[in-house]
Write a protein that binds this ligand. Structure first.
Ligand code: ADP
Ligand code: MG
Length: 619
């Protein structure tokens, strides 16, 4: 057989790479603005046409490129930012892969005008699907202007994959906000055709206010911590300002936006008893760490960054947020000193570090003496302790984990759980139910004891009920005194997207004036709901949520299911809510009359069964 392996032409290879780097217009903006930042620009202007479909233009006053560099920049793996792999550990630039420009030019028509300080005349380049179509001298300002036209013109599948203009625009605005926040010293403007924003160089705090133009100002508590390991600077919101929707949460490390669920928990954990359960604080924190202690070389579109010292940073972060809350009277006084830092929780599947003992290097474990100093004796006890820790630590710990996990709640397979338990009624034909810790309903069945999470169970019941209702157009009930709702400008653009589902479900909205809508009708089958909250929840779920936590499962649901879920979540009983017998009975019997009752729409377990054999094993 003849040889069949061929190298892919560049145009194809670039198009494949583009699939990873450029997913939507907002990604083009991220890549190009980061290039302008790397080029030392002090002013960056962004122009958008048709939500980025027809044109995205970025103009900067940075270093510009020479004629050769301008052409080189569009080759694969062409970068001026690193020379060798070791440079990766001392990065001071946003880019380093040399992938963005070749990817962008593989899937669009690109026009570049660029000039360096030393050149009299600049370079004008036209590139279409990786092919340079023309290159000419041009008179232009110092800096670079890149226009990306007809994005995905040669990748119809990708073009189809784009969401409505409103959603894409809202993604663009979110990306702009992130970039503008990180680069507060740079003047940044955006013009989307129907909206313009021009942000002057400002302090970090001023930039926050310029972007979100709200009463946020008074709500921010400053944080400034300087340790050998990390510098943390920025703001967290007062507990009173916690939001249920779209909390503004930004973590920046060495000038880079990142998502870090572990640090996120350290921050929000400080608010535990201070804010309502389903609300979240806002935070804007900048970390500075030694570049060689983090790994930024992750997938180009991901923003998770690996920290070498995250276990040590956790308590510093936690303590400084607590201290900020304490200092400003947000919580009763808190003692903040670096000697009494809290202990970082373990991440899933992680074993704790071995405790370390200070043992001289020349210590001889067999004689118990320090070599070279026969007078210096170690007690036998010390000796024993050392050996024990070294040998058995991991094993001891894993046994401990096994024991705690096995206690009480027997892990059951999914099939087992899907079986409906045969509930036992008392002599008067009532279900026997007991509320535990104001959180669980305990009842019995032929198989053993069933423990049900009261909130999850109720969410599931309401979800199925609402889902059925929404599937047929529902009459809406007029409101005598219409509630009004203010929709954040960045969200307003997504409202159109969810309007059909809202109407199907029985909500009616009428536009009043700028940013304000009146809720004139609500579903007749759910008159006790807070319609505003539900509409805001839906809006939040359709905008880009890659920076929100824990909503992945929810976002996979169809819009109508999502609406049903959001309504159910609002209507369901809360933890801490006392339930009477009838309420408990209703929940239990409704839950088990559903075909599938094991998991909430978000995939959380609803109940567990302690079987008879498990019970017997305790005695
Ligand atoms: P990377 O940013 O990873 O180096 P890119 O493909 O984004 O890769 O850019 C390739 C190169 O083009 C950069 O290394 C830089 O030298 C040059 N370049 C890109 N954009 C600009 C700009 N706005 N101003 C000056 N140089 C730029
Ligand atoms: Mg780049």
């Amino acid at each position: 057989m003849s040889d069949i392996i061929k190298l892919l032409p560049d145009s194809v290879a670039n198009q494949i790479a583009a699939g990873e780097v450029i997913q939507r217009p907002a990604s083009v903006i991220k890549e190009l603005v980061e290039n302008s930042v790397d080029a030392g620009a002090t002013e960056i202007k962004i122009y958008i046409k048709d939500a980025g479909r027809t044109m995205i233009q970025i103009v900067d006053n940075g270093s510009g490129m020479s004629e050769t560099d301008a052409r080189m920049a569009f080759e694969r793996h062409a970068t001026s930012k690193i020379r060798s792999a070791s440079d990766l550990f001392a990065l001071s630039t946003m880019g380093f892969r040399g992938e963005a420009l070749p990817s962008i030019c593989a899937i669009s028509q690109v026009e570049v005008k660029t000039r360096t300080e030393n050149q009299q005349i600049g370079t004008h380049l036209m590139i279409k699907a990786t092919k340079v179509e023309s290159q000419q001298p041009v008179a232009c300002e110092k800096g670079t202007s890149i226009s990306v036209k007809n994005l995905f013109f040669n990748v119809p599948a990708r073009r189809k994959f784009l969401k409505s203009d409103n959603v894409e625009l809202s993604n663009i605005m979110r990306e702009f906000e992130r970039l503008a926040l990180v680069n507060n010293k740079i003047r940044m403007s955006i013009d989307t055709g129907n909206k313009t924003l021009d942000l002057r160089p400002a302090s970090f705090k001023q930039r926050i206010n310029d972007i979100w133009k709200s009463s946020l100002d008074l709500q921010l508590l400053p944080i400034e911590v300087d340790t050998a390991l990390i510098k943390i600077k920025g703001f967290v919101s007062r507990p009173e300002y916690a939001r249920r929707r779209n909390p503004l949460q930004y973590l920046i490390v060495n000038g880079r936006n990142m998502k870090h669920p572990y640090f996120h928990k350290a921050i929000v954990g400080c608010y535990d008893s201070l804010i309502a359960q389903d609300t979240q604080p806002c935070y804007f924190l900048k970390f500075e760490v030694d570049p060689d202690t983090i790994d930024v070389n992750i997938h180009p579109t991901k923003n998770e960054i690996k920290f070498e010292n995250e276990q040590e940073i956790w308590p510093i972060l936690h303590a400084s947020v607590k201290a900020a809350l304490g200092k400003f009277g947000a919580v009763p006084s808190i003692d903040f000193s670096l000697d009494t830092l809290p202990v970082a929780p373990l991440r899933e599947g992680e074993l704790p570090k071995k405790p370390s003992l200070d043992i001289p290097e020349d210590y001889n474990p067999f004689t118990g003496t320090v070599i070279g100093d026969p007078n210096k004796q170690f007690s036998g006890k010390y000796n024993e302790k050392k050996i024990k820790i070294n040998e058995n630590w991991d094993e001891l710990y894993s046994n401990f984990m096994k024991n705690t996990r096995g206690f009480g709640f027997e892990e059951k397979s999914k099939e087992e759980e899907d079986k409906l338990p045969g509930l036992i009624n008392d002599t008067k034909n009532n279900l026997l139910c007991l509320q535990l810790l104001d959180k669980y309903i305990v009842t019995t069945s032929r198989e053993g004891i069933i423990i049900i999470d009261q909130r999850r169970a109720h969410i599931k019941i309401l979800f199925e009920d609402f889902k059925k209702n929404i599937s047929v157009r529902q009459p809406s009930m007029g409101m005598m005194f219409p509630d009004s709702i203010e929709i954040d400008p960045s969200l307003q653009e997504s409202l159109e997207e969810i309007m059909p589902e809202l109407q199907l479900a029985g909500f009616q909205l009428e536009y009043e004036s700028e940013n304000r809508w009146n809720i004139t009708g609500i579903p007749s089958y759910a008159v006790n709901i807070d319609a505003r909250d539900i509409i805001l929840g839906m809006l939040e779920s359709v905008v880009d949520s890659s920076y929100n936590y824990g909503t992945e499962k929810l976002n996979a649901l169809a819009l109508t299911d999502r609406l049903a879920y959001i309504m159910a979540r609002q209507g369901a009983v809360k933890y801490g809510q006392k339930l009477n017998e009838t309420e408990m009975e209703t929940i239990v019997s409704n839950l088990f009359s559903l075909g599938e009752a094991s998991y909430t729409p978000k995939g959380e377990r609803i109940f567990t069964v302690i079987t008879e054999s498990k019970l017997n094993s305790y005695f």
